[in-house]
Design a protein around this ligand. Structure first.
Ligand code: F6P
Length: 583
């Protein structure tokens, strides 16, 4: 296993990035991110462009009619997930060409670099080692010449200890009562992953401790939550990798003020506030005891961090053995991703299909449609995972990309979406590929609800694919006894183009292990696409500008800066706010 020295500390400027890249070039000429490619110039890209032309009139309906084996040919099963990708605008040649593209961008080398801890995040000079967090005891992984695995497992033991003490009622609040409510204060990756998993696995919830999430800087969210809580039995987890995020720090301060106002004291604060952070000093300065700070590392990105101590609320919600099952499910997907041939590799295939639609069919967005109440937050998590990772316009070396990168991720739970936005999927002018996710077994069978839920999921992907032709629409109307004139008028509105692609992911039932595999699968899908486009999936410089400008706007709002904003619109809105508050 190759270990690469850390090249920079903190966030390097462009110069240090270039320097880092040069140093790395000398040390390991084959590292994939240092040879950014213009993917559109590769022979495989051209071949796909030609193939796209040839596929112009491809009809999924006809393909299914012509090939009884199509379903078998385009389905696969791994890590407790079953993927049907037969309802796509593809044939065997498409798959071969897409796999050819993956080979030309050296996806194999990139996967190895990711797992080996190479610096795949060039602009921050870091590896991205979320996969280390799910590796078993005894594994070795060297970062800067140091095996990180003992530390990973040390933190897991720390989590186990805390979870045990809280579940056993040994961790007591300032009135010596056991903790009944845990509030995770965090935003972005320090919120969405833990919220998704703890709520998706509600059926595995441990009795006695309720988990809550406080993310936004919105007094109403704070008010509604604290209404339900008693300070003496509440534990706050300040969850922030940087311990420098405005929303989180403001909420943590408000929580502390609330706790004190409810009768808590500074001296007992340590019983009610713990932290997860890689910024020890800032957490200590906030008043958290050093032994109550759960560490994380700069090689874990926020949106990839639910497997780390950021997952503490998950472990508290579902118990330690279930949390370990979650990690182990993700680990099985890591193994699949590293070893399965690309033609049978779930994250690779899903990523390549995304490239196929985004870059060759003009798709701008991708819908995530879980047919499961417990998975209702997966769209939000995947939005951050995908859009913060692949919403980039330059490649790893800073040169501009020459093709579209990450799509808009949107969607929500079915059947609800069917009565809201699916109309646009069926008859709108845009091509929007969709992932349907559905369990076979419900945790809460009610009459024949689950059969109907499952049937609706399948009939949506079927309707997207089959559509309704003009003759079919006309025949249907005639059957209803309509006049020819009315048939002519109404039929165009009833025509549904069809031939719209989707994947269906079936899970027997959402368990910690399968959920771990599912989330890890999407992480790897995102990574594969970043490799194809040659971009960095692990930085997020774009979100910084809004944060920087926010301070200036705030200072003008509260009157501590009387200078005028850089644009008249922003200044006008500041004036409007100030005027209303004066009045
Ligand atoms: O602003 C975006 C972001 O940096 C995300 O990438 C991250 O998940 C989130 O903020 C929270 O960051 P932190 O854990 O450092 O508070």
């Amino acid at each position: 296993m190759q270990s690469i020295p850390r090249l920079t500390s903190g966030v390097p400027g462009l110069f240090s990035v270039q320097k880092a890249v040069q140093v790395k070039r000398k040390t390991a000429a084959m590292a994939y991110y240092r040879t950014p490619h213009d993917v559109t110039a590769l022979p495989a890209w051209q071949a796909l462009k030609d193939h796209r032309q040839a596929m112009q009139d491809f009809s999924m309906r006809e393909a299914f009619n012509a090939d009884p084996q199509r379903f078998n040919q385009f389905t696969l099963s791994s890590c407790g997930l079953f993927l049907d990708y037969s309802k796509n605008l593809i044939n065997a040649e498409t798959r071969n060409l897409l796999v050819g593209l993956a080979n030309e961008v050296d996806l194999k080398g990139a996967i190895k670099a990711l797992f080996d801890g190479e610096i795949v995040n060039a602009s921050e000079g870091r590896p991205a080692l979320h996969t280390a967090l799910r590796r078993p005891v005894g594994d070795k992984l060297s970062v800067n010449g140091v095996n990180v695995m003992p530390d990973v497992h040390k933190v897991l033991n720390q989590i186990t200890d805390l979870v045990g003490r809280i579940h056993d009622g040994l961790w007591r609040g300032y009135t010596e009562k056991p903790i009944t409510d845990v509030v995770n204060i965090g935003i972005g990756g320090s919120f969405l992953g833990p919220e998704l998993v703890s709520e998706a696995l509600l059926s595995y919830a441990q009795k006695g401790v309720r988990c809550h999430y406080l993310a936004n800087i919105d007094g109403s969210e704070f008010h509604e939550l604290t209404q339900k809580l008693r300070a003496e039995t509440t534990l706050f987890i300040v969850s922030s990798k940087s311990f420098n995020t405005l929303e989180t720090l403001k909420n943590a301060q408000a929580a502390r003020a609330w706790y004190l106002a409810q009768g808590g004291s500074e001296a007992e604060l340590y019983r009610h506030f713990i932290a997860v952070s890689s910024n020890n000093a800032a957490a200590v300065a906030f008043g958290i005891r050093e032994e109550n700070i759960f560490p994380m590392w700069d090689w874990v990105g926020g949106r990839y961090s639910l497997w780390s101590a950021i997952g503490l609320p998950i472990a508290l919600a579902i118990g330690m053995s279930n949390f370990k099952e979650l990690l182990s499910g993700a680990y099985t997907m890591d193994q699949h991703f590293q070893t399965a041939p690309f033609e049978q590799n779930m994250p690779v295939l899903l990523a390549l299909l995304g490239v196929w639609y985004g870059n060759f069919w003009g798709a701008q967005s991708h819908a995530i449609l879980p047919y499961d109440h417990y998975l209702r937050n997966i769209t939000k998590h995947l939005q951050q995972l995908d859009m913060e990772s692949n919403g980039k316009s330059v490649r790893q070396d800073g040169t501009s990309v020459s093709t579209d990168t990450g799509p808009v991720i949107w969607g929500g739970v079915g059947c609800n979406g069917q009565h809201a936005y699916h109309q646009l999927l069926h008859q709108g002018t845009q091509l929007i590929p969709a992932d349907f996710i559905v369990p076979i077994v419900s945790f809460n069978p009610v009459a024949d609800h689950h059969q109907w839920l499952y049937a609706n999921c399948l009939s949506q992907s079927q309707a997207l694919m089959l559509g309704k032709t003009q003759p079919e629409a006309e025949a249907e109307l005639r059957d209803k006894g309509m006049s020819e004139e009315d048939v002519r008028k109404l039929a165009p509105h009833k025509v549904i183009p069809g031939n719209r692609p989707s994947n269906t992911l079936v899970v027997e039932r959402i368990s910690p292990r399968r959920l771990g595999a599912l989330v890890a699968m999407y992480e790897h899908k995102v990574f594969v696409q970043s490799v194809v486009w040659g971009i960095n999936a692990f930085d997020q410089w774009g979100v910084e500008l809004g944060k920087e400008l926010g301070k200036g706007v705030y200072n003008r709002l509260v009157g501590s800066d009387e200078s005028v904003a850089d644009d008249a619109s922003t200044q006008g809105l500041i004036n409007y706010f100030r005027g209303r508050h004066r009045g």
